[in-house]
Design a protein around this ligand. Structure first.
Ligand code: ACM
Length: 653
């Protein structure tokens, strides 16, 4: 005990020294005293391939020198490191030092270790120096991301944090990704997000080693990219009526409601976003979603439709335009498809894709292909004539014909064609890449036929789904908790892994009105996806992942990035007892929490009844209120569950 007190006193003294005099040069407390200074638990997401922790730690000095070769690629990493280190620490950074004892060494060594590939790195932290080695600059960038996660959480601060000891534990890390395509999709069509908001999204994803941002640029609610020569796409197609509430059920707008809600990216905006992403080793995949989801284009240029009356259509403002009650494909209430039998549609796409191909350097263009309704095509004389002329036997083959033509256009621009899995409902050549969204099945089937596949299944990777109880979340069709997301394995057994080129999660934005909500929906599930697409399966472990996520919550707080605390929220399971009364089973995703509750309409805290066994709902109760604690700390949100809702969930009385 005496020894422990001495140790604590020493640590406190050392803390004061560093707090008061941040100009202290790289003094190694450990070396002087032989006592290891505690650092926060190591919590790297995604989990590296190999991590060996040594005793001792590196303390960031006031003057930091960075050794690196002066190439344009390495400069991106040096600039990033300089900016993100200097803001919170106030350290003075000298890049490209000629010092023989640099603080941080960034070394590109193509021969170093072939197993590191294009994006892997080796990070060595010693008491007096940090070295990151990689074959290419992307690897250095990911080494820097790992290094930041080894620093105290305050490294995420957007302003100077004075008096902090910037200690990094001594480690040896070797790391490289499982997949080369690690994506997040951001739907900027249903709701528009500004250029600066997209940049914020990129900043956050780069920290978790995502390297691809898929921008869903067009849909029924908006066309978001300037196309020269087609001005109506953004003069008309980018604007609808501002509404809030539950998207999809809105009252159809009246003719006099202003269509001023929305926006678009100019071509210069796109160039700026692409460059911003590239500087963070993120590619941008543009999606132009056709033939369905095309109402904004049709409203702009009604001649792209073959349905009479299309010129009266309006860009959707969240009112009902599809009937999904009979499942897929939906019954369209307005025809939101480009006409496959109309040559003008292909001329239009040629113009659009010429410019999209020039704006986005990434090798693929995503052409959508999902959820195209068939009811208008079935009754259309031009489509019937097309079927006869081309020998198409059914409407699925009509979409197949359309996809082949679009693929040819994409390829004529020097790009590869990728689309949602519906594009394969008809045979397409093996060089068609598929994004499997309706579960893993379509991706597995496609890979077995020799197609390249990006897995982004609803089952694990739909970030628009609710992550907590529906009572607390904006309503969407389905739920997807963090623990389920963490089960995502983009490379399923029984499939040749060479065909699975990537994994990604998708954030559709029907119910997402703000960037804060986009962040909330993305994190922490994005962390689970990051680990699923980067880390070896053997390194994935829910029990160790969750405490890391909790550490990262504190980092996100400092980075001012919103996240969902749903792992702390109660999970309600409801059943009926033999006497038909409702019985409630409560649990949480995070272990070790205490759940407190009330039925008397007051707000429970940790002095209220603690949940220990299934609850029987008292006869006259009208609300069950629940909150969770970790020891004395309130961690969960107060959830108010109406007894009527419990009754509904429990089924027939
Ligand atoms: C999709 O979710 N409709 C691709």
């Amino acid at each position: 005990m005496k020894k422990l007190l001495q140790l604590l006193a020493l640590i406190c003294i050392s803390h004061q020294v560093y707090s008061q005099d941040v100009s202290v040069e790289n003094t190694s407390f450990e070396e002087e005293t032989g006592i290891a200074v505690p650092t926060a638990p190591i919590a790297i997401i995604p989990e590296p391939v190999s991590l060996i922790k040594h005793t001792g730690s590196f303390i960031l000095p006031r003057n930091v020198s960075i050794q690196a070769e002066k190439t344009p690629e390495t400069k991106l990493v040096v600039d990033y490191l300089q900016l993100h280190l200097s803001i919170p620490t106030g350290s003075f950074i000298t890049p490209y030092t000629s010092s023989l004892t640099p603080t941080i060494k960034l070394i590109i060594n193509q021969q170093a270790n072939p197993s590191l590939g294009k994006e892997g790195y080796q990070l060595t932290v010693l008491p007096k120096s940090i070295t990151i080695k990689a074959n290419q600059s992307a690897g250095l960038f990911y080494g820097v991301q790992t290094l930041f996660q080894l620093f105290p959480k305050e490294i995420e601060s957007k302003e100077l944090v004075s008096g902090k000891r910037w200690a990094v534990p001594c480690v040896d890390i070797t790391d490289y990704p499982k997949l080369g395509w690690r994506g997040l999709m951001f739907d900027v069509a249903r709701h528009f997000f500004t250029k600066d908001e997209v940049k914020l999204y990129i900043d956050a994803m780069a920290k978790y080693k995502f390297n691809l941002l898929h921008l869903h640029l067009t849909d029924d609610e908006g066309w978001r990219v300037e196309i020269k020569g087609l001005p109506r796409l953004t003069e008309v197609g980018a604007w609808n009526v501002k509404k809030v509430g539950t998207f999809g059920d809105f009252i159809p707008p009246t003719a006099d409601e202003p269509r001023t809600y929305g926006g678009f990216y100019t071509q210069n905006d796109i160039k700026e976003i692409v460059q911003y992403a590239k500087d963070r080793f993120v590619n941008i995949l543009p999606e132009i979603d056709v033939p369905g989801h095309s109402l904004a284009a049709i409203v702009s240029y009604p001649e792209l439709s073959c349905t009479p009356g299309a010129e009266t259509y309006k860009v959707r403002s969240g009112e009902k335009i599809m009937d999904w009650s009979k499942g897929a494909p939906p019954i369209a209430l307005v025809d939101n498809t480009l006409c496959p039998a109309n040559e003008k549609a292909y001329v239009f796409l040629d113009t659009v894709l010429t410019q999209i191909a020039a704006l986005f350097p990434f090798e693929y263009i995503h052409m959508g292909g999902d959820e195209a309704p068939i009811n208008y095509w079935q009754n259309n004389s031009a489509v019937k004539a097309l079927m006869q002329r081309e020998g198409l036997k059914n409407i699925e083959q009509v979409q197949g014909y359309f996809e082949k033509r679009v693929k040819t256009i994409v390829e004529s621009k020097g790009k590869k064609f990728i689309g949602w899995d519906e594009i394969l409902e008809n045979e397409l050549p093996a060089n068609t890449t598929v994004m499997s969204w309706r579960g893993m099945k379509y991706g597995i089937d496609a890979a077995k036929k020799g197609h390249e596949v990006v897995m982004s299944p609803t089952t694990f990777a739909y970030l628009d789904y609710m992550q907590s109880d529906a009572i607390t979340e904006p309503k969407v069709y389905a739920s997807l908790r963090l623990s389920k997301t963490y089960e995502f394995d983009p490379v399923p057994a029984g499939v040749d892994p060479k065909y699975i080129i990537g994994g990604q999660a998708n954030l559709w934005s029907e119910q997402v009105y703000t960037i804060r909500q986009a962040e909330y929906m993305t994190w922490p599930r994005g962390m689970a996806i990051a680990e699923s697409v980067w880390s070896p399966n053997a390194k994935k472990n829910w029990a160790t992942f969750l405490p890391k996520v909790e550490q990262h919550f504190k980092r996100l707080d400092l980075a001012e990035t919103k996240y969902s605390p749903s792992v702390y929220d109660p999970i309600f399971k409801v059943a009926r007892a033999a006497d038909r009364s409702v019985v409630v089973d409560l649990s949480t995703e995070a272990p070790g929490l205490d759940i407190y509750y009330s039925f008397d309409n007051s707000e429970p805290d940790r002095f209220y009844p603690k949940y220990t066994e299934k609850l029987s709902v008292p006869k006259d109760a009208n609300t069950l209120k629940v909150v969770t604690y970790k020891g004395k700390e309130k961690v969960g949100r107060l959830i108010s569950m109406p007894v009527d809702e419990l009754n509904k969930r429990a089924g027939k009385r």
